[in-house]
Design a protein around this ligand. Structure first.
Ligand SMILES: [Zn+2]
Length: 443
């Protein structure tokens, strides 16, 4: 029926009228009921989290997600649309921890897991009403009276079923990987999460003397994380760079280090005794800084405490010699695998130093100073320059992250990568920049 539109239209009023008409007449349900017997086109909403407020970005996704089912309905399909709510995740737990004044896993266990979970279940519905109003306002149709909820047992069982299928296909495995890890939350962080928490901090670095085993000389190495030194198992040089054996007339000590950095580290009053490629010094042995790793290394029956070579070493900072602790760095772990080095991890899951170090129970960052002092007392600390750098912190709780080797379960996505890419290429995603390029690149 033709109806003339006023030139003086109040869009907000008009929107409310339409919304009211849809609601009063139950148009959404009718749009499904009137298609009974027609082919089904099913829509499950990708569930939002209801303990956060909806924002402008959700308008875009809700509108796009509404367009397709609406179009299919007009093409004659019956299109049930099931709403969903994502109720899981660490943000929920952190909110409730704040609410209850708890800090960390141990205090949650003291409070009691069951009552804690109950509080989490209450917390996730905080903004449900706001979400429902907002969805109505943007004209997003979905069945909100009978949604799926990720904490319902049947949903959780489906997740376990999916995981079991992955297991049956031999795609689930236990791996050992260096991950950015929040010692307070007790969980690894994804790279996107790490990117959210960089802060400039001033810390002490260490230029350390590693005593050569077979001569009265020292290898000089620089590290920004002194707390990893008790877990040191090797020193790394670049195979092709020039290294020198050089006597410093200032302290009368003979050092091995990169030629390019001598002036910067030792000054001008030096005597260069010999010169090498890094490769020439490979397998040169040194005396461990501390005795705390001795038992672990003996038990593993692996050889450590010698010079290794890798091309990731740079000459931009330090001495051109990198201290290797395979438990605390991706590059270190790679070198550790390449040379089959011992694995020493004198730090626990709470980010605290462990026995048999004398700093057991101390948070790693707080252990830096006493470790530097112990090296100083042993005559092994060349210098401890202050330096400022951008260091990742947990975006949830502000604790400095540590890079930490952890045993975790992984899904072997590389095994299905090619199939995923080829399937993605068959999907007609619009615009192309989102589908083939953005999503394709990510795959
Ligand atoms: Zn945290």
């Amino acid at each position: 029926m033709y109806k003339k539109v006023s030139t003086d239209l109040n869009f907000v009023e008009r929107e409310k009228e339409v919304e009211k008409f849809w609601k009063d007449n139950d148009i959404f349900r009718k749009s499904i009921k009137s298609r009974e017997g027609c082919p089904t086109y099913m829509f499950y909403d990708g569930p939002p989290t209801a303990n956060g407020k909806p924002h402008i970005g959700h308008v875009l996704t809700r509108v796009i997600k509404d367009m397709i089912p609406r179009y299919r309905t007009m093409k004659g399909y019956m299109v049930p649309r099931k709403a969903g709510w994502d109720t899981h995740g660490l943000p929920v737990e952190i909110e409730v921890e704040k609410l209850l004044g708890l800090d960390g896993k141990e205090q949650i266990e003291e409070y009691g897991l069951e009552p804690f979970i109950e509080k989490c279940k209450e917390s996730v519905w905080k903004y449900k009403g706001m979400w429902e109003d907002f969805s109505g306002t943007v004209g997003f149709w979905a069945d909100m009276d009978d949604p799926y909820v990720t904490y319902h047992d049947d949903f959780i069982e489906s997740e376990w079923w999916a995981l079991k299928e992955i297991w049956n296909k031999d795609l689930l495995y236990k791996g050992f990987k260096i991950v950015p890890y929040c010692p307070r939350c007790g969980t690894p962080l994804s790279s996107q999460e790490v990117a959210q928490g960089y802060k400039d901090v001033k810390e002490r670095s260490a230029v350390v003397r590693f005593k050569c085993k077979d001569e009265d000389a020292y290898i000089l190495a620089w590290t920004t994380t002194p707390w990893t030194l008790p877990s040191n198992v090797a020193l790394c040089m670049h195979p092709d760079y020039e290294y020198v054996k050089v006597k410093s007339n200032k302290d009368g000590i003979t050092y091995y280090m990169a030629q390019a950095l001598v002036a910067q580290v030792l000054g001008d009053d030096v005597e260069v005794l010999e010169s090498y490629r890094g490769k020439d010094l490979e397998h040169k042995e040194y005396v461990p800084l501390f005795p705390y790793a001795d038992d672990v290394v003996a038990k593993q029956g692996k050889k450590g405490f010698y010079v290794v070579c890798d091309e990731y070493v740079t000459l931009t900072d330090g001495t051109g010699v990198v201290h290797i602790a395979p438990a605390f760095g991706e590059d270190d772990a790679n070198v550790g695998r390449k040379y089959d080095l011992p694995f020493v991890q004198l730090v626990d899951g709470k980010g605290e130093m462990t026995e048999p170090t004398p700093w057991a129970g101390t948070f790693v960052k707080k252990a830096d100073m006493p470790i530097l002092q112990a090296l100083e007392d042993a005559g092994l600390l060349f210098d401890a320059p202050k330096f400022e750098h951008s260091y990742p912190h947990c975006w949830r709780c502000d604790t400095p992250l540590i890079y930490y080797a952890r045993e975790s379960w992984y899904i072997k996505m590389t095994a299905v990568k090619d199939r995923m890419i080829s399937n993605n290429n068959k999907i007609n995603l619009i615009p192309e920049s989102i589908g083939k390029l953005l999503f394709g690149d990510w795959l």
